[in-house]
Write a protein that binds this ligand. Structure first.
Ligand SMILES: C[S@@+](CC[C@H](N)C(=O)[O-])C[C@H]1O[C@@H](n2cnc3c(N)ncnc32)[C@H](O)[C@@H]1O
Length: 636
């Protein structure tokens, strides 16, 4: 697994961590079980002794031992570590060993079964090893991509060596499953989808399989190579998912092993979840993460939600309404963000800035260029913590002297804002250096580097650059943290500037009539919390999943007086939450009492606005809360 940086490929102990015997036993028996299922459909008796089996990285041979015990006879094994030769040849004389680099081997060999635990080694920290491989072997040249892992090559070459209908079953880390094209699966997922069906996915992320690699998340997956006929006819296949839950009896060492016996015997257990994924092979994207742990019964609820998220028959997602962008990236935070009582003094309504060790009074115009700036930790659902600001940002609007060349623009800024620019000029050399090193325009020293403009396209698809200052100052803004796994969306109409660890939702051109309060309520709701789980959305410096997978309701689909009343109530509660108002105007429930006594009775005694919003939204979407709770408990 994780191998130290200073290793070269000639170290023969690469990725040498051996599989526990109960896992190897399970994997071999599991492949036999799958084979039996397949041969049953074709009515063929299963003759294990006639099948050609490959173990591509045998280590001390645990898979070989178990394969032999289960009557496999035609077994080939590769191992790069010569020091294991004597032991292996003596212990398993029946096996056809090749003490070679598996990646150097001929892809023409055909196997019915390929099974094992290939070496794991991330490209990121081992680039020289990967360079060496790319130079040496065609397969490595063909499938090399940054961010990949060594075991990807074992899958690629394994696929090439499989006979049509043959099975490949590996235990690996599970990170590749949710990775996208940009993060290393550029060739792996297209290769798998083109040549194979993924027929089974066993999630081991909740248990620790390898004692020496604690915290590592693993999976066992089984691929079946497609026949020409299956490829040509775009045959689809279902994906079986098995999730193993954490042990609930502490210290019971045998528990994991028992679970694997339960899987083989198709027995149920409280530590085991077995279901057919709502994803079938045709849904597996070549470029994006695979949400395999997506049970059909969860999909039924998601579909029900998405039914209300269609405009003109087309499903709509966050990205259809909003451009999501980071907050501000400055040339140097310590220079541009003034801290009170350090570089800035505030006395009554006057502000003083420190230039050459003396505090100089700012003009009124200059004061408007100082903006309170926040970090993402202040974000709360529906609002933010106003008191916890980082400091005052010096913010000049790029559009202010837009038609001037850069030199004139800087001169104009210096004339209009003499003290602020004099303050910044104290750090000029440093700021210029930073810009020069980043290959950016060195004259741009007075402005934020990014986050002050966005590109919009008008109806004629013409590109426009929009300055964000008026929006940061007064517009409605929804924002969230760039690292989070919960749906906490802040909001304000006050002046709110944020550092780049905040994502802002800027309305797309032409979407101005959006119902902000309703959308904000929905984004912070239990429904979206459920969608985060169902669609496996976590935000880790990337917003793509959020943009493309959070459906946005079409409010026009709710037209009955009862539904309109629910929406009104949602807006009322949201508005209160955004303004930190805690008290409820009881008369707001009068109409609902008339229109739907049942919903009224659910809300009557609730004094928590967020809870009222959830009740209203669940009723609006016709969702049964108990269903959602049960699904959350069962699967997440
Ligand atoms: C993760 S260990 C697993 C060993 C064995 N399959 C098991 O499950 O116990 C991977 C093995 O692959 C071997 N190995 C690493 N790179 C290899 C290569 N390119 N070709 C063949 N074997 C390799 C290592 O020496 C190590 O024994």
């Amino acid at each position: 697994m994780a191998v130290k940086n200073n290793k070269t490929f000639s170290d023969k102990t690469i990725g040498q961590i051996f599989t526990p015997s109960y896992i190897a036993e399970f994997m071999v028996k599991n492949v036999i079980r799958v084979l039996k299922d397949i041969s049953n459909t074709y009515n063929e008796p299963l003759k294990l002794d006639e099948l050609k089996v490959l173990e591509p990285a045998s280590g001390e041979g645990i898979f070989l031992k178990i394969l032999l015990e289960n009557n496999f006879q035609d077994i080939t094994a590769y191992e790069i570590d010569e020091s294991l030769r004597m032991y292996l040849e003596l212990t398993y004389p029946e096996v056809n060993f090749k003490f070679l680099d598996f990646l150097s081997s001929n892809s023409k060999e055909g196997y019915d079964i390929i099974i094992g635990n290939p070496p794991y080694l991330g490209q990121n920290y081992n680039s020289s090893i990967f360079q060496e491989l790319v130079q040496k072997y065609d397969i490595c040249k063909k499938y090399f991509v940054g961010n990949m892992d060594l075991f990807y090559y074992f899958i690629h070459l394994g696929i090439e060596k499989l006979k049509p209908g043959g099975l490949l079953s590996f235990i690996t880390t599970n990170y590749w499953i949710t990775k996208s094209r940009k993060t290393g699966i550029k060739y792996l997922k297209p290769h798998i989808s083109k040549e194979c069906f993924l027929i089974e996915y066993i999630d081991l992320s909740k248990i620790s399989v390898f004692k020496d690699a604690k915290g590592q998340h693993n999976c066992i997956f089984t691929l079946q190579k497609k026949s020409e006929h299956e490829k040509q006819n775009n045959v689809d296949k279902k994906i079986e998912v098995i999730q193993i839950r954490p042990r609930n009896i502490q210290g019971n060492e045998n528990l994991d092993e028992k679970i694997f016996t339960h899987i083989l015997n198709r027995e149920s257990s409280s530590n085991l979840l077995r279901y057919r994924s709502a994803m079938t092979n045709k849904d597996l994207s070549k470029d994006n993460g695979w949400n395999l742990k997506y049970p059909l019964e969860v999909k039924v609820v998601v579909d029900k939600i998405e039914k209300y998220c269609r405009f003109d028959g087309k499903s709509t997602y966050l990205t259809d309404f909003f451009v999501i962008r980071n907050g501000l990236i400055l040339i140097k935070d310590e220079v541009f963000i003034l801290r009170e009582n350090e570089d800035l003094k505030i006395i009554d309504t006057e502000m003083f800035i420190k230039i050459n060790e003396t505090f100089v009074k700012l003009t009124d115009e200059e004061k408007t260029k100082l903006k309170k700036i926040f970090k993402s930790k202040v974000i709360k659902p529906f609002s933010y913590d106003k008191s916890d600001f980082l400091g005052f940002l010096i913010y000049f609007d790029k559009n202010e002297f837009i038609n001037q060349n850069l030199t004139t623009r800087n001169e104009l800024l210096e004339r209009h804002y003499p003290n602020l620019t004099a303050y910044l000029n104290q750090y000029k050399r440093e700021l210029v250096n930073i810009l020069r090193n980043a290959k950016e325009n060195v004259k741009d020293i007075y402005f934020p580097r990014r986050g002050s403009l966005i590109t919009q396209y008008d109806i004629e698809n013409k590109r426009k650059l929009i300055a964000l200052e008026p929006y940061y100052d007064k517009g409605s803004k929804i924002f969230f943290s760039y690292i989070t796994n919960s749906n906490a969306f802040g909001y304000t109409r006050d002046s709110y500037y944020a550092t780049s660890d905040t994502y802002f939702l800027w309305l797309r051109e032409g979407m101005d009539d959006i119902d902000y309060l309703f959308i904000l309520a929905y984004l912070n709701s239990k429904i979206v919390k459920f969608l985060f789980k169902a669609k496996n959305i976590t935000i880790k410096r990337s917003k793509t999943k959020l943009e493309e997978e959070i459906p946005i309701p079409n409010i026009l689909l709710f037209q009955s007086p009862y539904q309109l009343e629910l929406i009104d109530l949602i807006r009322y509660c949201t508005s209160n939450l955004t303004q930190n108002i805690m008290s409820m105007d009881e008369t707001k429930l009068d109409k609902l009492k008339e229109l739907n006594p049942n919903t009224y009775s659910q809300i009557r005694n609730v004094r928590n606005f967020k809870r009222i919003i959830d009740i209203c939204l669940l009723n609006l979407f016709n969702l049964d809360e108990e269903d959602i709770d049960l699904l959350m408990e069962k699967y997440y």
